[in-house]
Design a protein around this ligand. Structure first.
Ligand code: ADP
Length: 445
């Protein structure tokens, strides 16, 4: 199991305990990663074609024009600001749009353009003259379904004839209704209800089936079985599109079950590194001194933004209240917020409305937001045994180098134990962590 897989697997723990280290569930983490990201995650790695039927050719495109899309759909793609297909799209799109249809399993980290790829395929496979559901997309949660629907609505801006329906909680339709929308985007439970229990649409007439965030899906209790039940009721000629951010045996077993004769493509995650990061540590006698160090640093942030990591929700709350009282505009993201609140916090931060974001480990992934120049470890990352957690350190601080921008990491050290943890981290990565006098933050490069 690679690191991204294991970190996705941990579920929500300590949701009611403000002293416990926090972790979001895979579905929650995935949603936040989507919200905080501004654009495409690019990768220097090449697409790996894992498996394909030697009889079917594999195409790739460098432009959207080469796909012979409906002109209004192409207009929608450009309207979204997409100039050229992303790496995963170069191979995924010709496969998804092939005639006869071709099944696809695609794995690439969040942010590489998977959603945009299958949404484009879903839209271009619709025959708008036929007034019944033809395309079905399953998402693990309400929020993720809505996100996908928003992308579809945006891309279909110039195709008003294409209609969509969400099959999620809160959506009710009177008994005996027959759905006339072309596309259904929903969660497994509701889709089962509508397709099998109430029969308000015919699963046999679905000719494109998308399984989005399959890894998150199987991490959610009961979802895998529901997906399999839905899948069983589809016609054998239905085109299957299967997407996952991770690639472990469980996900691939699920994929094999759902997708027959697929082309399987994979884009490996680019490794994070500390190459472009200057690391410092500050000696603090107590919490108050740590606070002073943070406010000194805050004063020097300048044009960029900062993220401050605390070990517990309690510390995060204490720190943010104190900073707010002192007149600083800070945002806080912890596990006790509702989903709407989390999205709101991250949206505002992404837009730069707050310069500082205080959070816990819930955000150790997906923080490669370009404008974040300083990461502060208010508490050094430790594992359950209170030992240095080097993996989390790298996730918090590391970059994949694609921005080529320099970043600064500042670690606050308040005890001999935390000094020992710092030394372990320094040794692990073999990168010097420089001493910084917090009184004199001009030393920060
Ligand atoms: P994933 O589903 O892999 O997480 P998305 O499809 O959501 O990735 O894409 C991530 C971000 O990149 C989104 O903001 C999306 O609008 C943008 N994006 C997707 N495809 C392209 C493209 N070809 N060119 C530019 N931006 C893109």
């Amino acid at each position: 199991i690679s690191s991204d897989e294991s970190s996705r697997k941990k579920g929500s723990i300590g949701q009611n305990d403000e002293d416990a280290p926090e972790q979001f569930s895979p579905a929650e983490a995935s949603l936040l990663a989507k919200v905080i990201r501004k654009g495409l995650v690019e990768s220097k790695n090449d697409i790996e074609v894992q498996r394909r039927d030697p009889k079917s050719p594999l195409y790739s495109v460098k432009t959207f024009e080469a796909l012979n899309l409906n002109p209004n759909l192409l207009k929608g793609v450009y309207e979204m600001g997409f100039n050229a297909p992303s790496k995963i799209q170069e191979t995924a799109l010709p496969t998804l749009l092939a005639d006869p249809p071709q099944n696809l399993i695609a794995q690439a980290q969040s942010g590489t353009g998977k959603t945009a790829a299958f949404v484009l395929a879903m839209l271009s496979r619709v025959d708008s003259t036929k007034k019944y559901p033809q395309v079905l997309c399953l998402s693990p949660t309400y929020e993720l379904a809505i996100q996908t629907g928003e992308v579809a609505a945006h891309m279909a801006k110039f195709c008003p004839e294409i209609e969509m329906k969400f099959a999620v909680r809160g959506e009710e339709v009177p008994k005996g209704t027959e759905l006339t929308e072309h596309i259904i985007i929903g969660t497994p439970g509701k889709v089962l209800d509508w397709g099998l229990k109430f029969k308000i649409f015919d699963l046999k007439k679905i000719h494109v089936f998308v399984l989005d965030e399959a890894d998150v899906m199987i991490a959610t209790q009961g979802h895998q079985d529901q997906c399999i039940r839905i899948h069983k009721n589809l016609s054998s000629s239905c085109q299957m599109m299967f997407f996952s951010a991770t690639y472990d045996q469980e996900v691939m077993d699920f994929a094999e079950h759902i997708v027959k004769n697929p082309i399987t493509i994979r884009l490996k995650r680019e490794e994070e590194s500390l190459d472009n990061i200057t690391q410092y540590y500050v000696r603090c006698a107590n919490q108050q001194e740590k606070y002073n160090a943070v406010t000194n640093i805050y004063g020097t942030v300048g044009v960029g933004q900062a993220i401050i990591f605390c070990h517990t929700r309690k510390t995060a709350a204490w720190l943010s209240e104190k900073m707010a009282k002192d007149g600083h505009a800070v945002a806080v993201l912890t596990g006790d917020l509702t989903v709407e609140q989390r999205i709101n916090v991250l949206d505002r931060f992404r837009q730069g409305q707050e310069k500082v974001l205080i959070t816990t480990n819930v955000l150790s992934r997906g923080i490669d937001v370009e404008q974040v120049t300083i990461v502060v470890n208010f508490d050094l990352p430790i594992d359950v045994n209170k030992k240095a957690d080097c993996e989390t350190y790298l996730h918090r601080i590391g970059r994949t180098g694609r921005f080529g921008k320099r970043g600064i990491a500042i670690n606050l050290v308040d005890s001999e134990q935390s000094m020992a943890i710092l030394k372990t981290i320094e040794k692990h990565f073999n990168r010097k962590i420089n001493y910084l006098n917090a009184e004199d933050s001009d030393e920060i490069e």
